[in-house]
Ligand binder design. Structure first.
Ligand SMILES: NC(=O)c1ccc[n+]([C@@H]2O[C@H](COP(=O)([O-])OP(=O)(O)OC[C@H]3O[C@@H](n4cnc5c(N)ncnc54)[C@H](OP(=O)(O)O)[C@@H]3O)[C@@H](O)[C@H]2O)c1
Length: 165
């Protein structure tokens, strides 16, 4: 399994406000859709709710909650902790592929940053107000393997970090 974070954060590390994204960057949304299409996504219950009434097509959603929740949708599975999420993801790899994406939010990123192999980090080069943050990346443990600068609709960069072996 390759375990990856995929996230977009502002210069001041904000990733969310009132359970939505603080910005609208179409190219970043496209990047997210292309990367996660056909894959397993692990997320916290609040992030799942922020997706809207329906799960995203062509992805398997593993949703972490302390509550006993269930879904009739075959592409959604609720679990009660990250360990359970990873065990289920492992079983589904033959069907959904080797790379498993942790897609947020702040709580789940913080709880998994020490175990991820890869981080797709979109950095927006301005400050935003918000209530949810991405944790500090332990830069001594990762190598920046890719960087692509963009300017539309505002300056941002696609960064890829890979854990040192
Ligand atoms: N910019 C980005 O890339 C990005 C990506 C994703 C999300 N976001 C934003 O991030 C915000 C949501 O993040 P968040 O930190 O508030 O919430 P979250 O991480 O999405 O979900 C938090 C919920 O997950 C469950 N949970 C967390 N830790 C758990 C554990 N150890 N065991 C069992 N359940 C656990 C709990 O659900 P229960 O309360 O049901 O028990 C908790 O309330 C939104 O604003 C969203 O738009 C941004």
């Amino acid at each position: 399994m390759i375990l990856s974070h995929i996230t977009a954060m502002s210069q001041n590390r904000v990733i969310g406000t009132q359970n939505t994204l603080p910005w609208n960057i179409p190219e970043d949304m496209k990047f997210f859709r292309n990367k996660t299409k056909g894959h397993i996504m692990i997320m916290g219950r609040k992030t799942f709710e922020s997706l809207g009434p329906k799960p995203l097509p062509n992805r398997f959603h593993i949703v972490i909650s302390r509550q006993e929740l269930s879904s009739a949708d075959p592409a959604v599975k609720y679990v009660q902790n990250l360990q359970e999420a990873l065990a289920i993801a492992k079983k589904l790899i033959p069907q959904w592929g080797e790379e498993v994406f942790i897609v947020g939010g702040g709580e789940i990123y913080s709880q998994s940053i020490d175990i991820v192999d890869k981080i797709y980090l979109t950095v927006i080069h301005q400050n935003f107000e918000g209530d949810t943050y991405y944790p500090e990346v332990p830069l001594d443990k990762f190598i920046l393997s890719d960087k692509l600068d963009k300017t539309i609709p505002l300056p941002f960069s696609f960064l890829t970090y890979v854990r040192k072996v």
